[in-house]
Ligand binder design. Structure first.
Ligand code: ZN
Length: 701
């Protein structure tokens, strides 16, 4: 592993942060980032670093302070304020206590912060406080884990790293580990570093470069040792091709997602769903297709701090019948049920040690391994699923390395349980969830004014949104805009609703991205102004293709997907006030939208038995959303302005004044009506919410 320290970059950090935070913390920030940016040292908020320096209190008195990484902070991008300032002298006194329960330790850490509020200190803060060195670096380096997770791991480490490294047997993080590490240091103060058994590496020194340099040096020694011992890899790979595996995933993802959903017992929200992220690489395929794949995959994890996201063990499916949908469903369903039984037994075996206030988690796996496909990872949203995927990729790679040099030996079950149900780890999990966090939506006609408003409303409520529209700048622009705030919870999927193949392909893209779809908002529509006397048949057909055929294609494909997923779902059709109160010279639009509306009502009749609710929202004139003008009004507006002798603003005023509430109707209003249905506030299907400010002629009846 390369030592990436550059004096000029370190000086830049001092120049940038030194005045406000001091030189010590500026350098801590710099070398912390070097560690964080090395994926083979730490993953997703793992690892932690600290510096001991001085803090000036309000009386101007300097007091000793420990700056330690805040819990959950990503070292790769850490800032000085990503560290928590703690009263070092007080923390050091804690070492004299014979024991300190987890909850009390957390209270002590929280109440001895030097700045109120803000971040939670790392649960390994005392490990840093009890070691006397100024800078302390703690990582979960892959190469070190590959050594310590072996039978006779201690001897392997000594052989690989030399005698100047202390090896500590596995101890659960928290007070006991902090005390044991400090005692081990006292016994060998001249040692170069400390390997924490089945956990990671600890180095320290009085300057940041030396401490960081020791981490790199020891990891390099471990890497070279592994390299030297490794048997030569086979030249040719034997696993399934990635293209075949991906095609299989597209077919089975909704089935897997449906089977993983946790029943809640709540009739309105009957499942707690997961978002899926596939890990389909040649390395993983070679492993799951190999003779020892199952044995390797079902061994305990490398390090215990990933357990809250991955659970201790994945689910393995033997010989999945990919070409037989019914057989595949049955095979996985049985395997999931067996996994759940084992999980419940495991919980019962250890429940007597459970911390007060904690309950059993759901018994579903977070990782499924399938020969001929790869790994499928599950999380509450795309970010969490991605974290699980990265952990699984690292775990499988390191385990493969281990078995190429020796025999893998992970933590025992008791330690796994204690870490999975470690109260201090749970603060890292999401508390209150946004209502649509676990939901995947597909919106058609997303690039228009109403579509954009709906996408935004869904995203703000935690939803994953696939924005679909014809390919082109409006769709690309919308997705780029929304990505700025909502990251990878929004994707753009170009599709043409008039073409059933394009619709099916678009759905397939969303399924491969997130595993399935729970909510369809059918919003694509076009308008045309003409009296019946002048209405050309082709103009009518053009509207029918989008407004009727397009609605039908989405409804049909959605019905098939919902049946496959088997966890219910929602469809919301954006209808129109014209269905109830049509306008003159607007025959093609009113008639085709009425057909779409009727199709959605039929869907509500047909899909209720599989738990799918279908409802309609009927807005009156929405002219724009932000800078996005309504395409429909670009078509209709000029005619209506001419007819009423009004300009654009006058026309908007006219529509506002014609409703009972004198309300200007916005895309955000339409989005809120969609959210009412999507969040399932009432047991309602086949119903219409008007969003029109009150138009007695257009009230649905
Ligand atoms: Zn650790």
């Amino acid at each position: 592993m390369e030592n990436k320290w550059l004096d000029e970059k370190a000086s830049e950090c001092i120049a940038r942060y030194g005045e406000r935070w001091g030189r010590d913390l500026a350098l801590r920030t710099y070398s912390g980032r070097l560690i964080g940016q090395e994926k083979e040292l730490v993953l997703h908020g793992g690892g932690n670093t600290s510096v001991k320096t001085t803090w000036t209190d309000v009386f101007g008195q300097p007091i000793p302070v420990l700056f330690v990484k805040a819990s959950g902070q990503d070292l790769a991008t850490i800032e000085p304020d990503g560290h928590v300032a703690l009263d070092l002298e007080y923390l050091k006194r804690l070492r004299t206590l014979p024991a300190l329960p987890d909850g009390t330790m957390l209270d002590e850490l929280h109440t001895h912060r030097l700045a109120a509020g803000g971040a939670r200190p790392s649960i390994e803060a005392l490990l840093h406080a009890f070691l006397p060195a100024k800078y302390v670096d703690h990582t979960h380096a892959d190469a070190i884990l590959a050594l310590t997770n072996q039978r006779n791991g201690d001897a392997v480490i000594r052989d690989a790293l030399g005698g100047d490294v202390v090896v500590l047997a596995y101890i659960k993080p928290g007070f006991p580990l902090a005390k044991a590490a400090a005692a081990a240091f006292d016994a060998s103060p001249g040692c170069k570093g400390m390997v924490l058994g089945k956990h990671g590496l600890l180095t320290w020194d009085d300057d940041p470069l030396s401490s960081y340099g020791k981490t790199i040096e020891l990891v390099t020694r471990a890497e070279e040792y592994l390299e030297g011992k490794a048997r030569k890899p086979r030249k040719r790979r034997r696993g399934t091709s990635a293209a075949t595996a991906r095609a299989r995933y597209g077919k089975v993802a909704p089935i897997l997602r449906g089977l993983l959903a946790v029943p809640t017992g709540d009739a309105d929200r009957p499942y707690r769903r997961f978002v899926l992220s596939p890990l389909v690489t040649e390395e993983v395929l070679d492993l799951v297709d190999s003779d020892r794949g199952k044995e390797i995959a079902l061994s305990p994890p490398l390090t215990s701090d990933h357990l809250i996201r991955t659970k201790a063990l994945p689910l393995w499916i033997d010989n999945p019948p990919y070409d037989d949908e019914k057989g595949f469903r049955e095979r996985v369903s049985n395997a999931v049920a067996e996994y759940a039984r084992h999980y419940e037994d495991y919980f019962r075996r250890h429940a007597s040690r459970l911390s007060p206030g904690l309950e059993r988690f759901d018994a579903m796996p977070r990782v499924i391994l399938l020969p001929g496909l790869g790994a499928v990872c599950a999380g509450g949203d795309v970010g969490e699923a991605g974290t699980v995927r990265d952990i699984v990729a690292q775990t499988l790679a390191v385990k493969t390395k281990v078995v190429s040099v020796g025999a893998y030996e992970g933590l025992d079950e008791e330690h796994l349980f204690d870490m999975e149900y470690f109260s201090l780890q749970h603060a890292k999990l999401v508390g209150e969830e946004l209502p649509l966090r676990r939901c995947v939506a597909l919106v058609t006609g997303a690039a228009g004014a109403i579509g954009a408003g709906i996408c935004q409303g869904l995203l703000e409520n935690g939803c994953h949104v696939s924005a679909t529209d014809l390919p082109g700048d409006p769709l690309a622009g919308l997705v780029a805009d929304l990505r700025r705030t909502h990251d990878d919870r929004i994707i753009g999927v170009p599709l043409d609703v008039t073409d059933p193949k394009s619709v099916a392909d678009g759905f397939g893209q969303v399924v491969r991205e997130w595993g399935g779809i729970d909510l369809f908002v059918i919003n694509a529509g076009v308008a045309h102004v003409s009296s019946l006397a002048d209405l050309e048949s082709e103009a009518f057909r053009r509207l029918a293709r989008v407004n009727i055929d397009g609605t039908l294609h989405v409804l049909s494909e959605a019905a098939r997907l919902f049946r496959k997923q088997n966890t219910g779902g929602d469809i919301v059709l954006i209808s129109t006030k014209n269905v109830f109160a049509p306008g003159a010279r607007f025959g093609a639009y009113s008639a085709t939208k009425a057909a779409a509306h009727q199709l959605a009502r039929i869907a509500s009749l047909e899909l209720a038995e599989i738990g799918v609710r279908v409802n309609m929202v009927s807005p009156d004139a929405v002219f724009s959303h932000g800078t996005r003008k309504s395409g429909l009004w670009a078509e209709v507006g000029p005619d209506r302005m001419r007819a009423r002798d009004l300009d654009e603003r006058g026309l908007e005023e006219y529509y506002r004044n014609r409703n009972l509430l004198k309300a200007k109707i916005t895309a955000a209003h339409v989005a809120r009506a969609v959210l009412y249905f999507a969040t399932r506030q009432t047991p309602t299907t086949g119903a219409t919410i008007p969003v029109d400010g009150g138009l007695p002629d257009a009230t649905p009846r």
